[in-house]
Design a protein around this ligand. Structure first.
Ligand code: HEC
Length: 302
């Protein structure tokens, strides 16, 4: 009941409100990253505690839906079973492995660009470049490795190349805990830019990420349980169902941002795109909110 009413309410009431204003829900008016995170935790702990705690945040909407958790277990088992892998899974893993392992023309390999061959390299991304003030996500580092070695950059929106490579590279950090620091002025500015995007109303219905993933987290929109922001950034890229093949396909976090903008009717021309400064600012804010949670890339998510 709450679901349909919520969507209709958002659709019809919001356009009358101020456009520039962000959505005033938990964390919006807090001035520091620490206070923002605390306000979100306080709201969620009232609503979801003691049901969701610790590392369970990474389970997202499965925390509210046993059926979807069962389905997830089934798909995970299939992905791990050589004889029953869903179409798209082995292909993506092979493509990613090839990009990670094949030496460049100069003889160097991706692993040479990272300390410890890339093991544990992802948990303090995104980072803010002190010289430029720009946010660098892990996929930027993957591309920088390629271009530093004379190879062409991959397209951030191409899930068959960058998406697949990102899974293979990020899996080397599985289990590492997210560690984003926001200390310098440049980091604070980047955090605030990302936060503004998360709370900013966009699209035909003037909805913000924060409407669905903070204010209404745990409720239902159409047929889907809305996941809380805490934990969302810990497990990307994911494998999602690919309707056309009935198999799975790779979706990076930036691609997911696009998906949510599509489903909330944000004009294609106004959308923030994979690899862009805005998507990276958003990822910096978004990932900070999952600080301390363990990474696990390439998991299945409906
Ligand atoms: C009208 C509601 C709505 C809005 C607005 C919205 N989303 Fe979503 N989002 C969903 C639904 C529904 C899902 C699928 C169920 C779930 O996991 O929450 C989803 C899923 C996600 C996921 C995947 C979660 C996971 O664990 O796999 C991420 C990440 C995400 N949204 C981020 C965003 C961001 C960032 C914005 C703003 C640009 C946004 N969403 C705006 C409804 C919304």
């Amino acid at each position: 009941m709450k679901n349909i009413k919520l969507v209709l309410l958002l659709a019809f009431c919001l356009p009358a409100m101020a456009i520039a204003e962000g959505v005033n829900t938990a964390g919006y008016s807090e001035k520091t990253p620490e206070a923002t995170l605390k306000a979100i935790h306080t709201l969620f702990s009232k609503e979801f505690s003691p049901d969701i705690k610790g590392d369970n945040w990474v389970k997202g909407s499965m925390n509210f839906n046993k059926g979807s958790e069962e389905y997830n277990k089934l798909m995970t088992a299939r992905m791990n079973d050589d004889f029953d892998q869903p179409v798209g899974y082995p292909e993506a893993m092979a493509a990613g492995k090839k990009l990670w392992e094949t030496p460049f023309a100069n003889g160097k390999k991706m692993a040479d660009c990272f300390a410890k061959g890339g093991k544990g390299a992802a948990n303090d991304y995104p980072r803010v470049n002190a010289a430029t003030g720009k946010v660098e996500v892990f996929e930027h580092a993957l591309n920088k490795c390629r271009t530093d070695n004379g190879e062409k950059a991959l397209d951030y929106g191409d899930m068959k190349t960058m998406g697949a490579l990102s899974i293979v590279a990020r899996r080397l950090s599985d289990g590492e805990r997210i560690k984003i620091e926001v200390k310098t002025d440049a980091e604070k500015a980047a955090f605030n830019r990302g936060k503004e995007i998360f709370y900013g109303r966009v699209g035909k219905f003037e909805q913000a990420c924060a409407h669905c993933h903070i204010q209404k987290a745990g409720k239902i929109a159409r047929t889907e349980d809305l996941s809380p922001i805490i934990g969302q950034a810990a497990h990307f890229p994911v494998f999602r169902i690919h309707k056309a093949t009935d198999g799975v396909h790779v979706i990076t976090l930036h691609k997911r941002y696009q998906g949510c903008q599509n489903s909330t009717a944000v004009d294609k021309k106004l959308q923030i795109k994979p690899g862009s400064d805005q998507s990276s600012d958003l990822e910096y804010f978004h990932t900070y909110i999952s600080n301390g949670l363990p990474l696990s890339a390439g998991v299945f998510r409906k």
